[in-house]
Design a binder for this molecule. Structure first.
Ligand code: NAD
Ligand code: FES
Length: 295
Protein backbone atom coordinates (compact mmCIF):
# COMPACT_ATOMS: atom_id res chain seq x y z
CA UNK A 1 0.00 0.00 0.00
CA UNK A 2 1.21 3.53 -0.81
CA UNK A 3 0.10 6.24 1.59
CA UNK A 4 -1.07 9.60 0.23
CA UNK A 5 0.82 12.27 2.19
CA UNK A 6 -0.97 15.29 0.69
CA UNK A 7 -3.57 16.01 -1.96
CA UNK A 8 -3.92 19.60 -3.28
CA UNK A 9 -6.15 20.93 -6.02
CA UNK A 10 -4.13 23.00 -8.53
CA UNK A 11 -6.90 23.93 -10.95
CA UNK A 12 -10.23 22.65 -12.31
CA UNK A 13 -9.95 18.82 -12.07
CA UNK A 14 -6.15 18.91 -11.61
CA UNK A 15 -4.65 17.56 -8.37
CA UNK A 16 -1.13 17.21 -6.95
CA UNK A 17 -0.68 14.07 -4.85
CA UNK A 18 2.46 13.43 -2.79
CA UNK A 19 2.65 9.67 -2.23
CA UNK A 20 4.96 7.57 -0.08
CA UNK A 21 6.86 5.25 -2.47
CA UNK A 22 10.47 5.07 -1.19
CA UNK A 23 11.85 2.64 -3.77
CA UNK A 24 10.38 4.57 -6.72
CA UNK A 25 11.56 7.90 -5.24
CA UNK A 26 15.13 6.58 -5.07
CA UNK A 27 15.25 4.92 -8.52
CA UNK A 28 13.25 7.38 -10.63
CA UNK A 29 14.77 9.67 -13.25
CA UNK A 30 13.15 12.59 -15.11
CA UNK A 31 10.70 11.53 -17.82
CA UNK A 32 9.71 8.22 -16.21
CA UNK A 33 6.22 7.23 -15.06
CA UNK A 34 4.37 4.87 -12.74
CA UNK A 35 1.19 2.85 -13.18
CA UNK A 36 -1.23 3.43 -10.32
CA UNK A 37 -4.23 1.38 -9.17
CA UNK A 38 -6.52 2.80 -6.52
CA UNK A 39 -7.70 -0.62 -5.33
CA UNK A 40 -7.62 -4.30 -6.29
CA UNK A 41 -9.19 -4.75 -9.74
CA UNK A 42 -9.23 -0.99 -10.47
CA UNK A 43 -8.18 0.55 -13.80
CA UNK A 44 -4.42 0.92 -14.25
CA UNK A 45 -3.55 4.61 -14.74
CA UNK A 46 -0.14 5.67 -16.14
CA UNK A 47 1.09 8.88 -14.46
CA UNK A 48 4.32 10.79 -15.00
CA UNK A 49 6.45 11.12 -11.87
CA UNK A 50 6.36 14.90 -11.48
CA UNK A 51 9.04 15.05 -8.81
CA UNK A 52 10.62 12.93 -6.09
CA UNK A 53 12.20 13.36 -2.68
CA UNK A 54 14.47 10.32 -2.11
CA UNK A 55 15.18 11.40 1.50
CA UNK A 56 11.52 11.60 2.41
CA UNK A 57 10.74 8.57 0.22
CA UNK A 58 7.95 10.39 -1.64
CA UNK A 59 6.96 11.00 -5.24
CA UNK A 60 4.72 13.76 -6.65
CA UNK A 61 1.98 12.94 -9.13
CA UNK A 62 -0.04 15.51 -11.07
CA UNK A 63 -3.40 14.11 -12.11
CA UNK A 64 -6.11 15.45 -14.40
CA UNK A 65 -9.32 13.79 -13.24
CA UNK A 66 -11.23 13.23 -16.47
CA UNK A 67 -12.23 9.54 -16.37
CA UNK A 68 -13.67 7.24 -13.71
CA UNK A 69 -10.20 5.84 -12.82
CA UNK A 70 -8.49 9.21 -12.36
CA UNK A 71 -11.48 10.63 -10.44
CA UNK A 72 -11.22 7.73 -7.96
CA UNK A 73 -7.49 8.40 -7.47
CA UNK A 74 -7.88 12.14 -6.81
CA UNK A 75 -10.66 11.35 -4.31
CA UNK A 76 -8.05 9.70 -2.05
CA UNK A 77 -7.49 12.04 0.91
CA UNK A 78 -4.18 12.46 2.76
CA UNK A 79 -3.72 9.55 5.16
CA UNK A 80 -5.42 6.97 2.93
CA UNK A 81 -3.54 4.68 0.54
CA UNK A 82 -3.32 3.65 -3.09
CA UNK A 83 -3.19 -0.13 -3.75
CA UNK A 84 -0.36 -0.18 -6.34
CA UNK A 85 2.32 2.23 -7.57
CA UNK A 86 4.39 0.25 -10.10
CA UNK A 87 7.57 1.78 -11.50
CA UNK A 88 9.61 3.65 -12.39
CA UNK A 89 8.68 2.73 -15.98
CA UNK A 90 9.75 4.05 -19.39
CA UNK A 91 13.02 5.51 -20.57
CA UNK A 92 14.38 8.60 -18.77
CA UNK A 93 14.65 11.89 -20.66
CA UNK A 94 17.76 12.07 -22.87
CA UNK A 95 19.66 14.95 -21.30
CA UNK A 96 22.32 17.00 -23.01
CA UNK A 97 23.48 20.58 -23.01
CA UNK A 98 21.63 22.06 -25.95
CA UNK A 99 21.94 25.75 -24.95
CA UNK A 100 18.55 27.47 -25.18
CA UNK A 101 15.70 25.03 -24.74
CA UNK A 102 12.03 25.89 -25.25
CA UNK A 103 9.85 23.78 -22.94
CA UNK A 104 6.24 23.99 -24.09
CA UNK A 105 3.33 22.68 -22.01
CA UNK A 106 -0.29 22.64 -23.17
CA UNK A 107 -2.91 22.53 -20.40
CA UNK A 108 -2.36 19.63 -18.05
CA UNK A 109 0.58 18.50 -20.21
CA UNK A 110 2.45 21.23 -18.27
CA UNK A 111 2.61 18.78 -15.34
CA UNK A 112 4.41 16.19 -17.49
CA UNK A 113 6.69 18.95 -18.78
CA UNK A 114 7.74 20.04 -15.26
CA UNK A 115 10.26 17.21 -14.47
CA UNK A 116 11.76 17.41 -17.99
CA UNK A 117 12.23 21.17 -17.77
CA UNK A 118 13.76 20.89 -14.30
CA UNK A 119 16.23 18.20 -15.42
CA UNK A 120 17.16 20.21 -18.54
CA UNK A 121 17.88 23.28 -16.37
CA UNK A 122 19.96 21.15 -13.95
CA UNK A 123 21.93 19.94 -16.99
CA UNK A 124 22.99 23.57 -17.63
CA UNK A 125 20.48 24.56 -20.31
CA UNK A 126 18.73 27.92 -20.42
CA UNK A 127 15.09 26.92 -20.18
CA UNK A 128 12.42 29.18 -21.74
CA UNK A 129 9.07 27.80 -20.63
CA UNK A 130 5.78 28.31 -22.47
CA UNK A 131 2.49 27.41 -20.76
CA UNK A 132 -0.70 27.35 -22.82
CA UNK A 133 -4.20 27.11 -21.37
CA UNK A 134 -7.76 27.97 -22.28
CA UNK A 135 -7.91 30.65 -19.57
CA UNK A 136 -6.01 31.90 -16.51
CA UNK A 137 -7.63 29.46 -14.07
CA UNK A 138 -6.27 26.52 -16.08
CA UNK A 139 -2.65 27.76 -15.94
CA UNK A 140 -0.76 25.39 -13.63
CA UNK A 141 2.76 25.27 -12.13
CA UNK A 142 3.83 28.70 -13.42
CA UNK A 143 5.56 29.62 -10.11
CA UNK A 144 7.24 26.21 -9.78
CA UNK A 145 8.56 26.37 -13.38
CA UNK A 146 9.75 29.96 -12.85
CA UNK A 147 12.15 28.72 -10.13
CA UNK A 148 14.54 27.33 -12.75
CA UNK A 149 13.36 28.87 -16.06
CA UNK A 150 15.06 31.92 -17.60
CA UNK A 151 11.54 33.13 -18.36
CA UNK A 152 8.01 31.73 -18.30
CA UNK A 153 5.66 32.82 -21.10
CA UNK A 154 1.93 32.27 -20.72
CA UNK A 155 -0.58 32.11 -23.56
CA UNK A 156 -4.30 31.85 -22.89
CA UNK A 157 -6.92 31.32 -25.55
CA UNK A 158 -9.25 33.93 -24.05
CA UNK A 159 -6.43 36.40 -23.30
CA UNK A 160 -7.13 36.37 -19.53
CA UNK A 161 -3.39 35.93 -18.78
CA UNK A 162 -0.25 36.52 -20.84
CA UNK A 163 -0.48 36.55 -24.62
CA UNK A 164 -3.82 35.85 -26.30
CA UNK A 165 -3.75 32.67 -28.35
CA UNK A 166 -2.17 29.22 -28.46
CA UNK A 167 1.35 28.25 -27.36
CA UNK A 168 2.37 28.49 -30.99
CA UNK A 169 2.03 32.30 -30.80
CA UNK A 170 5.05 32.35 -28.46
CA UNK A 171 6.95 29.70 -30.45
CA UNK A 172 6.50 31.81 -33.60
CA UNK A 173 8.14 34.76 -31.79
CA UNK A 174 11.03 32.49 -30.80
CA UNK A 175 11.51 31.19 -34.35
CA UNK A 176 11.36 34.68 -35.86
CA UNK A 177 14.05 35.91 -33.44
CA UNK A 178 11.85 38.30 -31.42
CA UNK A 179 12.53 36.03 -28.43
CA UNK A 180 15.63 33.85 -27.81
CA UNK A 181 15.79 31.22 -30.55
CA UNK A 182 15.75 27.66 -29.13
CA UNK A 183 18.44 25.07 -29.92
CA UNK A 184 15.97 22.33 -28.90
CA UNK A 185 12.25 22.16 -28.17
CA UNK A 186 10.40 19.89 -25.73
CA UNK A 187 6.60 19.85 -26.07
CA UNK A 188 3.97 18.06 -23.97
CA UNK A 189 0.22 18.50 -24.32
CA UNK A 190 -2.74 17.63 -26.52
CA UNK A 191 -1.85 15.75 -29.73
CA UNK A 192 -2.86 18.66 -32.06
CA UNK A 193 -0.53 20.95 -30.07
CA UNK A 194 2.44 18.59 -30.32
CA UNK A 195 1.75 18.09 -34.05
CA UNK A 196 1.59 21.87 -34.59
CA UNK A 197 4.88 22.42 -32.73
CA UNK A 198 6.56 19.65 -34.76
CA UNK A 199 5.42 21.26 -38.03
CA UNK A 200 6.84 24.63 -36.98
CA UNK A 201 10.29 23.28 -36.09
CA UNK A 202 10.76 21.09 -39.18
CA UNK A 203 13.14 22.23 -41.91
CA UNK A 204 11.35 25.15 -43.54
CA UNK A 205 11.72 25.67 -47.28
CA UNK A 206 12.35 29.09 -48.78
CA UNK A 207 12.12 30.22 -52.43
CA UNK A 208 13.38 27.64 -54.96
CA UNK A 209 13.26 24.91 -52.30
CA UNK A 210 16.25 26.38 -50.44
CA UNK A 211 16.27 25.82 -46.71
CA UNK A 212 15.26 29.07 -45.01
CA UNK A 213 15.73 27.93 -41.46
CA UNK A 214 17.43 24.90 -39.91
CA UNK A 215 15.24 22.26 -38.29
CA UNK A 216 15.26 22.39 -34.51
CA UNK A 217 15.49 19.06 -32.62
CA UNK A 218 12.05 18.58 -31.07
CA UNK A 219 11.03 16.00 -28.48
CA UNK A 220 7.47 15.16 -27.47
CA UNK A 221 6.18 13.04 -24.58
CA UNK A 222 3.31 10.83 -25.76
CA UNK A 223 0.28 9.89 -23.68
CA UNK A 224 -0.71 6.66 -25.47
CA UNK A 225 -3.25 4.29 -23.89
CA UNK A 226 -1.36 1.86 -21.65
CA UNK A 227 -2.29 -1.41 -19.99
CA UNK A 228 0.70 -3.36 -18.64
CA UNK A 229 3.39 -0.69 -19.15
CA UNK A 230 6.03 -3.33 -19.81
CA UNK A 231 5.96 -3.86 -23.59
CA UNK A 232 3.77 -7.00 -23.46
CA UNK A 233 0.25 -5.96 -24.51
CA UNK A 234 0.96 -3.66 -27.48
CA UNK A 235 -1.76 -1.24 -26.35
CA UNK A 236 0.53 1.78 -26.39
CA UNK A 237 1.93 1.29 -29.89
CA UNK A 238 2.77 4.33 -31.99
CA UNK A 239 4.43 4.72 -35.37
CA UNK A 240 7.70 6.62 -35.24
CA UNK A 241 9.84 6.97 -38.35
CA UNK A 242 7.70 4.29 -40.06
CA UNK A 243 8.40 1.73 -37.31
CA UNK A 244 6.10 0.46 -34.57
CA UNK A 245 7.27 1.56 -31.14
CA UNK A 246 5.81 0.91 -27.70
CA UNK A 247 5.40 4.15 -25.76
CA UNK A 248 5.92 2.39 -22.40
CA UNK A 249 9.32 0.85 -23.10
CA UNK A 250 10.66 2.78 -26.15
CA UNK A 251 9.34 6.15 -24.85
CA UNK A 252 7.40 8.04 -23.68
CA UNK A 253 9.64 10.66 -25.36
CA UNK A 254 10.18 10.56 -29.12
CA UNK A 255 11.56 12.68 -31.97
CA UNK A 256 8.53 14.84 -32.83
CA UNK A 257 9.49 15.02 -36.51
CA UNK A 258 9.15 11.23 -36.82
CA UNK A 259 5.87 10.67 -34.94
CA UNK A 260 2.67 9.69 -36.78
CA UNK A 261 0.34 12.03 -34.85
CA UNK A 262 -2.76 11.05 -36.90
CA UNK A 263 -2.29 7.41 -35.90
CA UNK A 264 -1.84 8.39 -32.26
CA UNK A 265 -4.98 10.55 -32.33
CA UNK A 266 -7.01 7.65 -33.80
CA UNK A 267 -5.80 5.16 -31.19
CA UNK A 268 -6.52 7.59 -28.33
CA UNK A 269 -10.14 7.86 -29.52
CA UNK A 270 -10.70 4.08 -29.79
CA UNK A 271 -12.26 3.58 -26.34
CA UNK A 272 -14.16 6.87 -26.06
CA UNK A 273 -17.57 5.12 -25.79
CA UNK A 274 -16.37 2.67 -23.11
CA UNK A 275 -14.72 5.54 -21.19
CA UNK A 276 -17.95 7.55 -21.28
CA UNK A 277 -19.96 4.51 -20.11
CA UNK A 278 -17.56 3.86 -17.21
CA UNK A 279 -17.80 7.50 -16.16
CA UNK A 280 -21.61 7.38 -16.27
CA UNK A 281 -21.66 4.34 -13.98
CA UNK A 282 -19.19 5.78 -11.47
CA UNK A 283 -21.18 7.23 -8.53
CA UNK A 284 -18.04 8.75 -6.99
CA UNK A 285 -17.26 10.62 -10.24
CA UNK A 286 -20.77 12.11 -10.16
CA UNK A 287 -20.31 13.28 -6.57
CA UNK A 288 -16.95 14.85 -7.43
CA UNK A 289 -18.43 16.63 -10.46
CA UNK A 290 -21.18 18.06 -8.23
CA UNK A 291 -18.57 19.33 -5.74
CA UNK A 292 -16.53 20.83 -8.63
CA UNK A 293 -19.61 22.62 -10.02
CA UNK A 294 -20.59 23.94 -6.56
CA UNK A 295 -17.10 25.44 -6.15
P1 NAD B 1 -6.38 22.04 -23.86
O1 NAD B 1 -7.19 21.41 -24.90
O2 NAD B 1 -7.02 23.00 -22.91
O3 NAD B 1 -5.12 22.76 -24.56
C1 NAD B 1 -4.13 23.39 -23.79
C2 NAD B 1 -3.33 24.30 -24.67
O4 NAD B 1 -2.62 23.55 -25.65
C3 NAD B 1 -4.12 25.31 -25.46
O5 NAD B 1 -4.55 26.40 -24.69
C4 NAD B 1 -3.11 25.71 -26.52
O6 NAD B 1 -2.18 26.65 -26.06
C5 NAD B 1 -2.41 24.38 -26.78
N1 NAD B 1 -3.01 23.77 -27.98
C6 NAD B 1 -4.09 22.96 -28.04
N2 NAD B 1 -4.37 22.64 -29.34
C7 NAD B 1 -3.44 23.28 -30.09
C8 NAD B 1 -3.19 23.36 -31.49
N3 NAD B 1 -3.95 22.71 -32.39
N4 NAD B 1 -2.15 24.12 -31.92
C9 NAD B 1 -1.35 24.77 -31.02
N5 NAD B 1 -1.55 24.73 -29.68
C10 NAD B 1 -2.58 24.01 -29.23
O7 NAD B 1 -5.63 20.92 -23.00
P2 NAD B 1 -6.11 20.24 -21.65
O8 NAD B 1 -7.59 19.99 -21.70
O9 NAD B 1 -5.56 20.87 -20.45
O10 NAD B 1 -5.31 18.88 -21.77
C11 NAD B 1 -5.92 17.76 -22.15
C12 NAD B 1 -5.15 17.12 -23.28
O11 NAD B 1 -3.75 17.00 -22.99
C13 NAD B 1 -5.68 15.75 -23.50
O12 NAD B 1 -5.79 15.57 -24.89
C14 NAD B 1 -4.62 14.88 -22.88
O13 NAD B 1 -4.61 13.61 -23.47
C15 NAD B 1 -3.37 15.65 -23.19
N6 NAD B 1 -2.24 15.31 -22.31
C16 NAD B 1 -1.08 14.93 -22.87
C17 NAD B 1 -0.03 14.54 -22.08
C18 NAD B 1 1.22 14.02 -22.71
O14 NAD B 1 1.99 13.37 -22.05
N7 NAD B 1 1.46 14.33 -23.97
C19 NAD B 1 -0.13 14.57 -20.71
C20 NAD B 1 -1.31 15.02 -20.14
C21 NAD B 1 -2.38 15.39 -20.96
FE1 FES C 1 1.40 -2.61 -23.01
FE2 FES C 1 2.99 -0.60 -23.61
S1 FES C 1 1.34 -0.59 -22.26
S2 FES C 1 2.99 -2.57 -24.48
Amino acid sequence: MYKVISNDKLGPNVHRLVVSAPRVAKARRAGQFVIVRKEEGAERIPLTIGDADPQAGTITLFIQAVGAGTKRIVATPAGESLRDVAGPLGLPTHLEKWGNVACIGGGVGTAVLYPLAKALAEEGNKVYTVIGARSAEQVILADELAEFSEKVFIATEDGSEGRKGLVTVVLEEMLSGDLPRPDAVFAVGPVPMMAAVAEMTRLRQGFGGQARQAAIPTIVSLNAIMIDGTGMCGGCRVTVGGETKFTCVDGPEFDAHQVDFDGLRNRLGMYREQEAAALKECKLAKQLDEIEEAE
